[in-house]
Design a protein. Structure first.
Length: 629
């Protein structure tokens, strides 16, 4: 991880560009290999007739093929380099304008070939690459040495400090999580901080740098920033002290009254419609929009925040916050969840200091109006659902795929502040959500640098399920209702006996199905020694994990028995997926008269149809494997 920082310092887009412009003042970056020369006397006279002013024309250098007719009504101050302006530049759909400079004040700048600069009040201390468009802007300036937002320390997880993470332009969620969660590892923390300082020193510079093909329009102020290639800043309010990493294939957009300060915005991301991003990192293809506020936080790939507020949080990939909601002091590197309208995970202040924190679990769903009291740790309860209106007490929850709901009835001896928990509910009653989530994330992924395992049931989550199941199985006394004093990990919730039995069955089924699916995968790729697959220790960690479950937990020693069982289990799973969606078909028409006319029935749902197709293919594959055996 430390090496990744050092490699970025040497090879990153930002570091490479700064090294280039520092080496020759930006000439190669902006003008390329074309030589420079001074203006001729006739060119100076032509420029002055066109309304241009300079106190010292000798400080102006131009490309060999410079056309003075393309510069009009400009003030040129200090040392200025102008490239060639011979072509037209694409300004908008079906609109091209001639390259050149008009109605601008330019001070100590390098202007690249075929750039279009029109009506800019002040362009100062800037390196502008080729084919850049700067149109109808206020000031684009660098007012001193800047690190473009790199090197800042973000208080992730604990708003008052304690899990600080120093940021650099290419930082990702995995690295940020490691730094935040390993503060006690002093050598690692010190090495990381030192590597970031080295990176920061490499990119420190005293010029705004604007990459090739960038487009900046109708923006009052761009200050102390690096704007990557083909980035689009259109109608933004402010971009200051920030790094924008962009490319032609993965353009960054900062538009429509958005404000970005002291931040990193990575490839393919967007900040739009009055969103505010300050002291934060938007990793690749993440989004802040519609009045969202992201402060002192890191958003993971494919995560979107709209209208809501995120503060001092590390939010992993594929998180949706599309409504007014609040997420403060949360460490959620696994992401893949949803924060609904009115949900508030923000009670981090005990009147003493804002020093409490929240660890959500992967795939967590916060329903309408949910309130999470801090401290809270749900990291080992992935894909749990908090029903609308639930208010949780501070707690640690250790039951994956749970439903946390308001009590269905009062329970003697149980606090009225406790909620009711149904462990494994998502597995037993909402299997459709599991299949849809995997499919949704695969189809919506735009990230190119981050790699995801889209399968929900993975070794770590399976082990959490197994541990939860054992705790449910080993109750000392059968009771109508259980609390955390009876079963560790229930948190501030109570569990009914009927729900305990149902959860045990659900957990067992899915652990068994997971392990047998791995057996099927192994057999599909195994060599002639098929019969030894279950008996031999494997050097493949994921298969060895599943093999031990098959042999020890499931007590299956014959491959044929396991595969035959899997065929019927997959049939049962497909039925559960369809059944969980069919509940809507039954309930909806009882409430809305024309419900069936405007909603797709479960049997015709694309997710369900795909599940049945995969089930039939799997069963045919199992028949083939059994024949081979």
């Amino acid at each position: 991880m430390i090496d990744s920082v050092r490699q970025a310092a040497t090879h990153s887009e930002l570091a490479t560009a700064i090294a280039s412009v520092r080496s020759d003042g930006g000439k190669g970056f902006a003008v390329g290999g074309e030589g420079l020369r001074s203006l001729t006397r006739s060119e100076i006279e032509s420029l002055e007739r066109a309304g241009n002013i300079s106190r010292d024309w000798s400080r102006i250098q131009v490309a060999q093929s410079f056309d003075c007719r393309r510069v009009r009504n400009c003030q040129l101050h200090g040392d200025v380099i102008l490239g060639r302006f011979t072509r037209s530049v694409r300004f908008a759909d079906n609109i091209e304008l001639p390259a050149g400079i008009e109605n601008a004040t330019v001070a100590n700048c390098v202007i690249g070939n075929e750039a279009l600069i029109h009506t800019v009040r002040l362009l100062g201390n800037c390196i502008v690459a080729e084919e850049v468009v700067l149109f109808d802007c206020g000031t684009i300036v660098c007012d001193g040495n800047t690190t473009f937002g790199n090197g800042q320390s973000l208080p992730l997880g604990v708003e008052s400090g304690g899990r600080q993470v120093q940021i650099f332009a290419e930082i990702d969620v995995e690295l940020a999580a490691a730094v935040a969660m390993q503060q006690q590892q002093k050598e690692f923390s010190s090495s990381y901080a030192h590597a970031v300082r080295e990176y920061t020193d490499r990119v420190r510079f005293d010029r705004v740098v604007i990459g090739r093909g960038a487009f900046i329009r109708s923006t009052p102020c761009v200050r102390n920033s690096f704007v990557g290639a083909y980035a689009r800043i259109d109608g933004a309010t402010l971009v200051a002290d920030s790094t924008v990493l962009s490319s032609k294939e993965e353009q960054v957009e900062i538009t429509t009254a958005a404000c970005v300060t002291d931040s990193i915005v990575q490839w393919g991301s967007s900040v739009t419609s009055m969103a505010v991003v300050e002291r934060s990192v938007l990793t690749e293809h993440s989004h802040a929009e519609q009045h969202a506020k992201v402060s002192a936080s890191i958003l993971g790939p494919n995560t979107a925040v709209a209208r809501g507020e995120v503060t001092s949080s590390l939010v992993g990939p594929f998180v949706s916050m599309h409504h007014e909601s609040l997420l403060i002091a949360s460490l959620w590197p696994e992401g893949r969840g949803n924060v609904s309208y009115g949900a508030m995970a923000g009670a981090n202040h005990t009147t003493k200091a804002p020093d409490q924190e929240f660890l959500p679990g992967e795939g967590m769903f916060l329903g309408l109006g949910v309130k999470i009291r801090f401290p809270a740790d749900f990291s080992q309860a992935p894909y749990s659902v908090f029903a609308s209106g639930v208010e949780t007490l501070p707690q640690k929850l250790l039951f994956p795929f749970s439903l946390i709901n308001r009590p269905s009835s009062a329970q003697p001896g149980v606090s009225t502040a406790y909620n009711e928990i149904s462990p494994a509910w998502v597995l037993t009653d909402n299997a459709y959500a599991l299949v849809r989530t995997e499919s949704k994330h695969r189809s919506r992924n735009r990230a190119r640098r981050s790699r995801f395992d889209f399968a929900i049931l993975r070794p770590q989550i399976i082990d959490w399920i197994r541990s939860a199941c054992r705790r449910l199985e080993r109750v000392k006394e059968i009771k109508p209702v259980y609390t955390d004093g009876d079963i560790i990990g229930l948190g501030k919730n109570f569990l009914l006996e009927a729900s305990r039995q149902r959860a045990i069955d659900g957990y067992r089924f899915h652990v068994r199905r997971y392990a047998l699916m791995k057996l099927r995968e192994k057999m599909a790729s195994a060599n002639a020694r098929d019969a030894q697959v279950l008996a031999e220790v494997s050097d493949e960690p994921e298969w060895e994990h599943a093999r031990l479950i098959v042999r020890q937990d499931l007590a299956i020693s014959r491959i044929e028995d396991g595969l035959s069982s899997l065929s019927s289990m997959q049939e049962e799973f497909a039925k559960a997926v369809e059944r969980s969606k069919a509940k809507d078909d039954e309930r909806g028409p009882r409430i809305i008269d024309d419900y069936a006319d405007v909603h797709v029935r479960a049997a015709e749902d694309p997710v369900i149809r795909q599940t049945w197709e995969e089930t039939r293919c799997l069963q045919e594959e199992i028949k083939t494997l059994l024949t081979r055996l």
